[in-house]
Design a binder for this molecule. Structure first.
Ligand SMILES: Cc1cc2nc3c(=O)[nH]c(=O)nc-3n(C[C@H](O)[C@H](O)[C@H](O)COP(=O)(O)OP(=O)(O)OC[C@H]3O[C@@H](n4cnc5c(N)ncnc54)[C@H](O)[C@@H]3O)c2cc1C
Length: 418
């Protein structure tokens, strides 16, 4: 495909936001070029087939299915989705044994208490941390907290803004893509003018035309949409000239990316679990929670997740440490023989070490929920827009949020072009 050398709109990054922005610019009849640092599109969404089945390193669920543009897009491509909520079978452990029905009922009540406590505190003036708002002391409170903070928000509860957490509407349905969410994004990127292995190192946005520089030389464009994760904006991995306004850099710093590490094993069938199983365990305060998702679509896959600081620490220790940690959790719940039945050579994710991500998705620091609007505000009359999951207030941290933010940035850039 011939790539435009002087596009109307230059998009930096071919993740969900960049793909959505590029499609919107093309749909409006204007030219676009996407410069992507990696050798593949998709960004934090990647399906890996090394296990002989699809395994998503990053995003795996289409959240908020009722208002998620990727649900309809998957349908238009004839890609099969599963309603993973309807199909999910939940199992909770207390130590090395399944929870009793009474304990299970207690667990349900702990979730209800937490939901009510968060809503009650959020209705009061002033922000606070999730830790301050969540109930503590009950048998399951630390487990609910670990789910809400470390697993879902990728950070410890003491660092997460309650206002931002409750603004996020992740209470809708969930879908899984049979061929993998990364496969869906790769299909949506097909045919777009994307130049791979083309990291932008400098962006001059002071003149009538913006000028991007990198190994590709220089590209001039009428408007620019930059979709870098906040980790990279805050670290100023692209030299913006003039520099980004101080409040924008501060907003990126106030929306850091958290940590989630995943290990995908084959050998799940030996555990005797039904398809779409979700298995957790009661944890004590401070104890890490491993959330296990087993046999999606009836496959022989066990995906083990851990989030927050322990995920970052284990990832820094290396793949062997993460694998051993997950095998020990499987052994605790299902016995040493079941853990030994898991195949060697699992897939171990490494988002923190990934130079083009440096984390998984954004959370807002306490008191800084407003940072998302600051980040999303078009600059230079729409000729420079930031986009990405961190720019969406209602679906932050998700593929759908990134998609909508990419479309919004495209609308602002197109309006600036006139
Ligand atoms: C482990 C994990 C689990 C997740 N689970 C879910 C889930 O189940 N459901 C869900 O909805 N979301 C989930 N997410 C979040 C979701 O993946 C992200 O919110 C979304 O993909 C972000 O898209 P984006 O376009 O904003 O950013 P990215 O996907 O990060 O895209 C930005 C792109 O910019 C590129 N780039 C960076 N610097 C440069 C440069 N200098 N020049 C050119 N290109 C550059 C990057 O390589 C990248 O491709 C998960 C993420 C992870 C990592």
């Amino acid at each position: 495909m011939r790539l435009p050398s002087e596009p109307d709109v230059l998009v930096i990054g071919a993740g969900a936001a960049g793909i959505a922005a590029a499609r919107a610019v093309l749909a409006a009849g204007r030219s676009v070029l996407v410069l992507e640092a990696r050798d593949r599109p998709g960004g934090r969404v990647l399906t890996d087939h090394r296990l002989g089945l699809p395994f998503d390193h990053g995003a795996a669920w289409l959240h908020n299915a009722e208002d998620n543009p990727l649900v309809a897009l998957a349908g238009s491509l004839g890609m099969a989705l599963a309603d993973s909520d309807a199909l999910r079978r939940e199992f909770s452990f207390v130590g090395d044994r399944p929870a009793t029905p009474a304990e299970q009922a207690d667990y349900g009540e702990a979730w209800d208490r937490a939901t009510a406590a968060l809503a009650a505190r959020a209705a009061q003036p002033g922000d606070c941390s999730l830790a301050e708002a969540l109930p503590q002391g009950g048998a399951w409170d630390a487990t609910v907290s670990a789910w809400q903070a470390d697993i879902i928000s990728a950070a410890p509860p003491g660092r997460i803004s309650l206002a931002d957490f409750t603004a996020n509407a992740l209470d809708g349905g969930n879908r899984m893509v049979e061929d993998g969410l990364g496969t869906l994004l790769a299909r949506l990127a097909e045919g777009l003018p994307i130049r791979l292995s083309a990291p932008v190192t400098r962006l001059d946005w002071g003149g009538r035309q913006a000028v991007a520089e990198g190994v590709f030389g220089t590209i001039r464009a009428g408007a620019v949409i930059a979709t870098l994760p906040t980790s990279l904006i805050a670290a100023e991995t692209i030299r913006f000239d003039p520099p980004l306004p101080a409040e924008v850099l501060q907003a990126a710093a106030d929306l850091p990316l958290g940590s989630v590490a995943k290990v995908g094993f084959r050998g799940a069938t030996a555990l005797g679990l039904p398809p779409f199983s979700s298995i957790d365990r009661q944890v004590a305060p401070g104890e890490p929670l491993v959330a296990i998702s087993a046999r999606p679509f009836g496959r022989d896959l066990l995906a083990c997740h851990v989030g927050g600081d322990i995920a970052a620490a284990l990832e820094a220790e290396g793949d062997a440490a993460l694998e051993a940690f997950m095998r020990a959790e499987v052994a605790l719940r299902f016995g040493a023989r079941a853990a030994a039945a898991l195949h060697f050579d699992p897939i171990v994710t490494a988002w923190q070490r990934d130079p083009w991500a440096r984390g998984v998705y954004s959370y807002a620091r306490v008191g800084r929920a407003g940072a998302r609007q600051i980040l999303a505000a078009p600059m230079a009359g729409g000729r420079l827009c930031l986009a990405g999951e961190a720019c969406h207030t209602r679906l932050a941290g998700t593929v759908a949020g990134a998609w909508y933010a990419g479309e919004a940035a495209a609308a602002a850039a197109l309006a600036a072009l006139g």
